[in-house]
Design a protein around this ligand. Structure first.
Ligand SMILES: [Zn+2]
Length: 282
């Protein structure tokens, strides 16, 4: 088998990740755990998470020991990628999966959250996905566990936490290859405290007294977000804010203020109107 085979490349990438302390499992081209469950068709309760000593328990198989990593890839020679387990020592990794589909734009949504909740988006390991999105890797504390979620933090942001995994850079999938973003730091940054608070759901008692109809994107926050756009983000932020205003049925009310805020950043009125109109057509 030559070194150019996808499976040996995946093993090499997985071994390199394991060497840096990331627990890995082999993945299929479809980004699923590559080793089949030995309990197929059985309904054990509680479900086996590897206590039986065999392989095939998804992310529960994840290991950093190079001997174990080689053993897993030998059991799944069809693997073309690898997954990195989140929420386990030593890194207690939290993955932010920032999507760019359907006007969601997870990166802009994260920047809005950062401004609204006063936390920095730290420079950290960033992996580019074949669909144009990116994964930001952060390290968390050992407790409390960060749950997995899809679009709960904001549209366009999925969270990989305890029991989840991230597709490792170098993995080949049906959509293409995952690669490290050029110039990104080589170590994950600690999760900002205010972001961690958003990622860990409050105990049920803390939810009492929260008005369920409170808008998630208050008008003033949307306007401020547009008004403080760095040059490279002016159109993305205006488009994102206009999409949120549309969702809340506020765009007619807010259009003039959005345009004024965009002009403050240096966009022309024409450009601003065109961006808001394209948000309406989304
Ligand atoms: Zn088992």
């Amino acid at each position: 088998m030559s070194r150019e085979d996808p499976d040996s490349a995946a093993l090499a990438h997985a071994l390199a990740a394991a060497d840096r302390g990331y627990a890995v499992i082999p993945l299929t081209r479809g980004k699923l755990p590559a080793i089949r469950s030995p309990h197929h068709g059985q309904s054990g309760s509680p479900p086996c998470r590897g206590e039986c000593g065999r392989l095939g328990h998804g992310v529960h198989d994840a290991r950093t020991d190079p001997f174990e990593v080689r053993r897993m890839f030998a059991a799944a020679p069809w693997a073309t990628g690898y997954g990195i387990a989140c929420g386990v020592p030593p890194h207690h990794l939290i993955g932010l999966d920032l999507d760019t589909k359907n006007g969601a734009d997870g990166l802009t949504a994260l920047q809005f959250l950062a401004q609204q909740h006063h936390f920095p988006v730290p420079p950290t390991i960033s992996v580019l996905t074949p669909s144009g999105g990116r994964h930001l890797w952060l390290t968390g504390p050992p407790a409390p566990p960060v749950p997995n979620s899809v679009g709960r933090l904001a549209p366009g942001i999925d969270v990989r936490g305890a029991g989840g995994y991230l597709v490792g850079p170098g993995s080949l999938t049906t959509r293409g290859r995952y690669v490290l973003a050029p110039g990104a730091p080589s170590r994950p940054a600690p999760v900002p405290r205010a972001l961690l608070a958003l990622l860990t759901p409050p105990p049920p008692s803390a939810l009492r007294g929260v008005r369920p109809d409170a808008p998630s994107h208050p008008a003033a926050a949307l306007i401020r977000f547009v008004r403080t756009s760095p040059t490279g983000q002016r159109n993305a932020r205006l488009f994102w804010a206009a999409c949120r205003a549309h969702e809340d049925g506020l765009v007619h009310e807010l259009a003039a203020r959005l345009i004024e805020a965009a002009r403050h950043t240096g966009l022309s009125e024409r450009e601003a109107r065109a961006t808001i109109a394209s948000a309406a057509r989304r």
